[in-house]
Design a protein around this ligand. Structure first.
Ligand SMILES: [Zn+2]
Length: 433
């Protein structure tokens, strides 16, 4: 097998393909695309909703973001006037399960009753967890998207709670046709994919995003790589001719759908096999991540690119799943305070300026290493504007070269914090004069 190593920083092609993330997730922003007879992939904002018209009414697969609920209602009504019969949540992420409000109100007004709302049993459990961890999740989401704090549900009434939950599989019969719901784990532990054999159509939520499977997110709860591969192979075997993903354009053509799932499964299994073999051989976390190589034929697939998650992050997530959090360095087990470590380093170097100079010199050849030095400099002398300026500039370069949305968010956060420190130091200087 030919292999290509995973570079610590982005490959040259990254800049050329950054636009692709925008294309597959955002352009055009709102649309309704007919993917099978009387079945549409409706995109409100950047989130897809499956709209399936049956003789008994509409089956909606997902409901989008709360702030796009009215837009979703209008888009659905631009293609069909059928009443809402059933709603299925493919998972409980806030961008997929919270936009039902306006359609729900309309349905209750028209029919006097609420549509059936279905999900896997872990969806309400997720909603409960979201309420217990609202502060954590709103800050993680803000950091991930590189922006200010976003709205996060804080009360039970912020959710539409499923009235029916299932465990492994469930078959719906609506308007004389069957919709098979299958539970899967992948990015989440509460996933459902829907298979409509009469239309040869899959609706899969975030199990398919057209990028490297999001099974590694550095800031979020455990992901489930192996189960994702199992589900991928099952979906490849359905013979589906079209697929509605959670984000991005629908996939059409039986060969295209099958190829995507088999490639995703192969990539995931490669990451799992690599991690388990290395863990069993007694390798450290760092050795496991740094020795990762991707098969060339998978690394080249446009729909497996690391625009959201990175393969290295998936490996780290697997390490967490099977091992403990200790990283293999004895000093890190019960470590000295980071600030104390940084002050010692800065003192030994004769001041943060030495680290900053070296960081700038390294930046063209090893930007990752240069960022470490800049970070130590800023931690060791938190009131030194030169250190914060260096950190901010080097992470700007890192940000610009980085394909992964998740990594970019964390780099952006570092830049923002250093710029806040510069503002604070500037303000202090002004007060002093
Ligand atoms: Zn999503």
């Amino acid at each position: 097998m030919t292999a290509t190593s995973v570079p610590p920083t982005a490959p040259d092609r990254t800049r050329a393909t950054m636009g692709a993330l925008f294309d597959i997730w955002s352009e055009p922003a709102s649309r309704a695309i007919e993917v099978a007879p009387r079945a549409w992939s409706v995109c409100a904002g950047i989130v897809n909703v499956g709209v399936i018209e049956t003789d008994e009414g509409l089956v909606l697969i997902d409901a989008g973001l709360r702030q796009q609920g009215e837009e979703l209602r209008a888009l659905v009504r631009s293609v069909t006037s059928a009443p809402l019969h059933t709603v299925v949540f493919t998972h409980g992420h806030i961008d997929h399960a919270l936009g039902l409000g306006p359609l729900l109100e309309e349905t209750v007004e028209q029919t006097g009753s609420r549509p059936r709302v279905l999900a896997h049993r872990n969806v309400p459990a997720r909603f409960e967890r979201y309420l217990r961890t609202a502060g954590l999740n709103s800050s993680v989401n803000a950091r991930q998207s590189g922006g200010p704090a976003t709205w996060w549900p804080t009360g039970e009434r912020d959710f539409v709670w499923p009235d029916t939950v299932y465990d492994d599989r469930m078959t719906l019969r609506v308007g004389g046709e069957e919709i098979h719901l299958r539970h899967a784990k992948g990015e989440t532990d509460d996933a459902t994919w829907a298979w409509m054999p009469g239309r040869k159509l899959l609706a899969v939520g975030d199990l398919w995003l057209g990028v490297c499977p999001n099974a590694g997110n550095p800031q979020k709860v455990q992901r489930y790589a192996e189960e994702w591969a199992d589900a991928a192979e099952e979906m490849a075997a359905t013979g589906a001719e079209a697929m509605i993903p959670g984000h991005g354009m629908p996939v059409t053509g039986a060969a295209a759908v099958r190829e995507r799932w088999l490639d995703a499964a192969e990539l995931i299994r490669h990451l799992v096999d690599h991690t388990l073999a290395a863990l069993n051989a007694g390798r450290t976390h760092e050795q496991i991540v740094r020795s990762l190589e991707l098969p060339e034929h998978l690394a080249a697939k446009p729909y497996l690119q690391p625009y959201h998650d990175r393969p290295e992050f998936v490996v780290r997530n697997l390490i967490r799943r099977y091992g403990g959090w200790w990283d293999g360095r004895a000093a890190n087990l019960l470590p000295a305070a980071t600030g104390d470590q940084a002050r010692e380093l800065v003192t030994l170097a004769g001041g943060a300026g030495t680290l900053v100079d070296r960081a700038y010199r390294l930046a063209d050849t090893d930007l990752a290493l240069a960022c470490h030095l800049a970070e130590w400099a800023a931690l060791g002398e938190p009131d030194n504007p030169t250190a914060h300026r260096c950190l901010s500039e080097l992470f700007e370069r890192r940000y610009a070269a980085e394909p992964s949305f998740q990594a970019r968010g964390i780099f952006r956060d570092a830049i923002t914090r250093s710029q806040a420190a510069l503002d604070r130091l500037g303000a202090a200087e002004n007060t002093a004069t």
